[in-house]
Ligand binder design. Structure first.
Ligand code: SF4
Length: 229
């Protein structure tokens, strides 16, 4: 199977089974999304969504958060992972938004990456979700699922996965592709125990084909022979 065919089948499946897809983070404006994305590093979206209502009530925009000290922000985000670092990042990020960007979240990924706490992945999430730019953020789920299905070759870094996905996913599908791959990794193609039996991609998934080959009687005989030779 060619890689093009694998892309076509994968995204035709997602388009058919999950035509409407969005981030699981709760947000109402770009500022809320960027704050939620910073909080979501190494933390679940569920946990972030529990934290943000009170946080946004206290600090509804960049201006109010810029006036706060990290210790003021920390009070609201204690149940998140790495709360000390994240409160410092949020305070500095809000200050830079006010001082350098007039309080407005920029749409450009290079500009976004200048903000404290915002790396390439987070910048791509904001650019894609808020500004509908054709960029794809590669987190642990996107990385794993892309490698397993066989959408990427010799992938060693998130950047190499991002480049290969960007070259092959049609521009108009880029926004959805990010969410499709994340949700598939979160609920079906899990890190430890992928639920291949429930997966609609298994007929063209490279990982599944390899597992099937290993479990075939022919493989077992060859495997046994190789172990005793
Ligand atoms: S068949 Fe299995 S490994 Fe392949 S994408 Fe589906 S769950 Fe993941």
């Amino acid at each position: 199977m060619t890689i093009k065919e694998r892309y076509r089948l994968t995204f035709a499946y997602f388009s058919r089974t999950r035509p409407l897809v969005e981030t699981e983070l709760d947000w109402t404006d770009p500022f809320e999304l960027i704050v939620s994305v910073i909080l979501s590093a190494q933390c679940t979206d569920k946990r972030v969504n529990l934290i943000t209502p009170a946080l946004f009530e206290a600090f509804p925009d960049a201006k109010s958060m810029a006036l706060a000290e990290p210790s003021d922000i920390l009070t609201y985000i204690k149940s998140c992972t790495y709360p000390n670092n994240k409160s410092k990042h949020l305070s500095a990020m809000a200050k830079m938004l006010v001082n350098d960007f007039g309080g407005v979240v920029p749409s450009d990924t290079e500009m976004l990456q200048r903000l404290p706490g915002v790396g390439r992945k987070s910048a791509n999430v904001v650019a894609s979700v808020v500004f509908r730019q054709p960029v794809i953020a590669v987190d642990t789920h996107v990385f794993r699922v892309s490698v397993r299905i066989g959408l990427v070759k010799n992938a060693t870094t998130p950047l190499s996965v991002e480049r290969q996905l960007s070259e092959n996913i049609p521009t108009e599908m880029m926004h959805n592709a990010h969410h499709w791959l994340i949700l598939h990794g979160r609920y079906i193609c899990k890190a430890r125990n992928p639920l291949c039996g429930q997966c609609g991609l298994r007929d063209f998934c490279r990982y599944y084909a390899e597992i099937k080959k290993k479990k075939s009687p022919e493989f077992k005989i060859r495997d046994r022979k190789s172990r005793f030779s």
